[in-house]
Every structure is written in C-alpha cells, then in structure tokens.
Design a protein around this ligand. Structure first.
Ligand code: AMP
Ligand code: MG
Length: 509
C-alpha cells in the first residue's frame, strides 16, 4: 500500500490512439481524435470525505492525497486527458459529446489488471460545451454510493475510489426551472478497465473517419478483449457478440435488483458492459415497470425500468452500425442483435429461476412469471421487500408479505389473487423453494432513492456519517443485518413520495 506516486502508471490509450495537438483550451469540436489532454482545476480546499477501502485495496493505495483526488495536483506518471465521444441522446444523434466533466489521470497496474483512474467533476475540458465541468456534492454522493453498492450486489459496474469536496461553491439549476442555487463542489475518483463507450466508436463512424475508428477498435480489442481481433468480418462479429453478451448480462442484473439507469444514451453505454455514469438513476420501490426517475424523460419514459432490455438492443444496433466501415460485408453484424436477444432471455430466465427459488427453467414458468407481474402491479407493492419476504415464506399464505404493501386495506382486496398465485408457486417448488438461491438473488438492502437523499442532506451539513453507514450496509446487501432492519429494510416513507431527489431527478449535476 502506498501513495498515488507509488503506483505503476501507463497511458496506453494516449499511446495507441490519435489525440488532439492542443492541451486544454476552449470548448470546441476536435475532429479526428480520441482524446484531448486536459488538466484538472485546482480545488481551493480539497478534502477526502468518502473512501472505498475495497477499491483502494485492489489498487494498493493509501487513503489521502486530497490535492490529487480533488484534482489540481498531478503526480509523476499521470498524463491527464478527456476522452472524445459522441452519442445518441434520447433516440437522436447528438454529435460530439465527450468527457465534459471527467478527466482521466492515467492507467495503473492493480491486482485486477490495469485500471483507469478518472476524476468526475474536476473542471472544464474541450468537451464541456457550455458547462463548467464541475460536479456538486449531491450527484457525487449518488455516484459514489451507488457504484459501490452495485459492485457489492454483483452488478457489473464502474467503481468509485473516493469522494472529495473541493471547497468551492457551484451554481446549479437542479430542476432546470430557473431556481438556481449554490451547491458544494465535489469530485469522485472513479475506476474501470476503461471508460470507452458505444459513443466512442460512433463519433468516428459518423464523421467517416475510418482510420481513427480502426485505431480505437484495435486498442480496445488488444487490451480489453484480448481473445479477440478485428482482423476480418468473422472476428469482428465474434467480438461484437461478446459486447452484446456483456450488455445483456448487465441489463439482466439491473432487472433483478430493480435498478433504473435513467439515461441510457449511447454515450452512457460502456463497451465493457459496465453500468456507467450514475446520474438520475433510481430504484424501483413500487413495482411499476413504467417508472423512470428522470424528469427529463417523463413525457416518453423512453428509459423506464421495463424497457431497458429493448433499449439495450437499440443501443447495441447503433454501436454495430458504427462498425460498418471496418467490415467487408456488414450484413453479418445482424446476427449479433439476435444473439443479444437470446442471451438476454437466457439470463432473464435464470434470473426468475433464482428469484423464485425454482429448480430450473421450464417453458410453463413463463405463465407463473407473467401472473406474478400482473399481481405485483395491481396495487402499490415494494419490489425489494416483496421478494425478500418471499424467501422466508413458510406456506402459500399472503399474510407474511404484508410489509411489502403500501396500503394494507388495498392488499386485503386482492387477497384472493395473491392466494392463487402463491398456491401455484408453492406447488411449482413442491413446498421447498431454493431459499439460498433466492436470498442470493433478492437483495435485502438497495440504495433506495430516499436513503441516498438522507445521506445527501447530512453531507450537505458536513456530516458524512450517513454516507458511511450506507456504504457499510450496502457492502453486504444480501445479509440480514438485523440491527439495520428497522431503519433501512423499509418502504419509501411518505415524505419521500414527491420529494425532489427521491421520486424526481434531473441530469443536472
Ligand atoms: P450525461 O447525461 O451525464 O451522460 O452527460 C452528457 C454530456 O454532457 C457528456 O458529454 C458530459 O460530459 C456533458 N456534461 C454534463 N454535465 C456537465 C458539466 N457540468 N460540465 C460539462 N459537461 C457536462
Ligand atoms: Mg455521460
């Protein structure tokens, strides 16, 4: 364990892909490159407030070095840059986007292979467009807590090493409604094998820049998909199949734990199939597949919970299109979409086997799952509590599920529907559901929107103890942790029903 300077740093991405001649500079279009060198801004009063010990152990890093982790002080070996990418936002091609509020410090060797360290919120880059490149404490707490919680849930994700406050105030219009306010600035240091996205490829295909596209694909495959090449059409299809598989697996996990990403634009789709860019995400409390937490998306609800698997396919299709310039016969890419569908269905069936404690998947289970989906949506029912209580059910009686219902009198009115479904389920599992499998698939604790908000409210007052409690709690999300039940194994409290940050979130951060 040592300081940042003791790590073994490299810059493979900079070495192997074309970059911008200019360092820093104004917001601008930067054609023909994958990156621009950018320097983090100097935080006036940096303080490390949250720290992931498990991430630090992987890196072999000691806690501290606020100056570097809040930006502003590069150590020997770092060569900082912002990545250039494009993307489809809410279904429309948006052109060049890029790391507008993220700066990569470099890549380091770790016990999990080479990992990229990136600061989010560390100031302006050529890709910041009209914005300042900064992040506020509210959104940084949400990214730090959620990415670590997802990791411990077993969901593929980028990680967070640290959260530092900068000592600076940042002006934000949280709901884009003209009510601006000063908020504390913060920087999260996040970690992943790379932050290459679907949109990283799209930008070069969109501008007809085959050479840069090829350089990026070669780099990506060489380091991140070492059993693949892009030597010919067949090889590219095999690689694309693996990207499809990882994407399908990630989204199947989201569905299992009730996670709604909120902004599944193609610039927010990691090539590794990692959950990336925690913005206006949310967790299903009431089991409503039509729900999205993102206020920017309320009219179409394009990125609602129940549509995430289809959006995964749509995004994948856009990425596949970006590979066309590398192919002799691009038609062969079509099979990748079918592959995505098959792999997703397989994971989804496996997910239901585990969530319901079945022995294996049978075609007839489709009906059991469909009926469950119907009853779950009839009245307001808490997804996490329902599935967790189901793990311990001793017979096909709905009484032991009552804590999952938001309105008990309503629950009485559908008592017979529950009895019928439970009887079918009980019969299907022969009175012996696989409880261990169920408890490993149905988390007891997730980062409910109101839990994150309580942590933010305290952090805004300089008290990071709630963040730390949640960090600890959510590092063992499948354990009973009886001392925490009364506070955190709870449905959404009434105060959170319509509160900004709990039921409504915007992209503003
Ligand atoms: P997102 O919706 O968070 O994925 O962001 C979309 C694009 O907007 C990305 O290119 C971001 O880098 C950029 N962006 C978002 N917030 C800021 C900010 N505060 N300053 C600069 N760029 C930003
Ligand atoms: Mg993004």
């Amino acid at each position: 364990m040592g300081p940042l300077a003791s790590l073994t740093w490299s810059s493979r991405f900079l070495d192997e892909t074309p970059g911008d001649e200019q360092v820093n500079g104004p917001s601008r279009q930067v054609p023909g490159v994958c990156w621009s060198r950018a320097t983090p801004f100097i935080a006036p009063d940096p303080k490390v407030r949250l720290w992931s010990h498990s991430m630090a152990d992987v890196l072999g890093l000691l806690r501290g070095e606020a100056q570097s982790l809040a930006g502003g002080s590069l150590v020997q070996g770092m060569d900082s840059y912002a990545q250039r990418y494009g993307g489809h936002q809410f279904g429309n091609w948006a052109g060049q986007l890029g790391d507008g509020r993220a700066i990569t410090l470099g890549e380091v060797e770790s016990s999990d292979g080479v990992l990229e360290l990136q600061l989010k919120g560390s100031g302006h880059t050529p890709y910041s467009r009209f914005a300042d490149g900064k992040a506020v404490l509210r959104s940084s707490v949400r990214e730090f807590l959620c990415s670590e919680a997802m990791h411990h849930l077993g969901v593929p994700t980028t990680r967070a090493l640290s959260l530092a406050t900068t000592g600076e105030s940042v002006m934000r219009d949280m709901l884009y409604n003209g009510n601006k306010a000063l908020e504390s600035g913060a920087v999260v240091c996040r970690v992943a094998p790379s932050f290459i996205r679907f949109g990283s490829f799209q930008i070069h295909a969109a501008t007809g820049d085959e050479a840069t596209l090829r350089a990026l694909a070669t780099h990506t495959v060489r380091h991140h998909f070492p059993s693949h090449t892009i030597d010919d059409d067949a090889a590219i299809v095999l690689w694309a199949n693996e990207v499809a598989e990882r994407t399908a697996l990630m989204i199947a996990h989201w569905m299992r734990v009730g996670f709604v990403h909120g902004v599944m634009n193609t610039d927010n789709m990691s090539i590794h199939g990692l959950t990336i860019d925690y913005g206006p995400y949310g967790w299903l409390e009431d089991y409503n597949p039509g729900w999205t937490p993102n206020t920017t998306d309320v009219s179409n609800r394009r990125y609602r919970y129940g549509q995430q698997p289809q959006i995964g396919a749509w995004n994948l299709a856009r990425w596949l299109e970006s590979l066309i310039p590398l192919m002799d016969e691009p038609e062969s890419l079509e099979s990748v979409l079918d592959h995505y569908g098959e792999v997703f269905n397989q994971h989804h069936n496996d997910m239901w086997v585990a969530k319901l404690g079945l022995d294996s998947w049978r075609e007839s289970d489709q009906e059991l799952v469909q009926e469950l989906n119907t009853v779950l949506q009839t009245i307001e029912t808490d997804m996490t509590i329902f599935f967790r209580l189901l793990c311990d059910l001793e017979g096909p009686e709905p009484d032991a599920l009552s804590d999952a219902f938001y309105d008990l009198s309503q629950a009485k009115s559908i008592d017979s529907q529950w009895r019928e479904w439970l009887a079918n389920w009980w019969q299907r599992v022969g009175g012996e559901p696989n409880r261990d499998a169920m408890k490993a698939a149905n988390p007891k604790y997730v980062l409910r929107n109101w839990m994150a908000q309580l942590a933010i409210d305290a952090a805004d007052e300089g008290d990071f103890s709630v963040c730390e409690t949640l960090q600890e709690l959510l590092s063992n999300p499948y354990d009973e942790q009886p001392g925490h039940e009364d506070k955190w194994f709870q449905k959404r409290p009434e105060w959170a029903r319509n509160r900004v940050g709990c039921s409504m979130l915007s992209c503003s951060s």
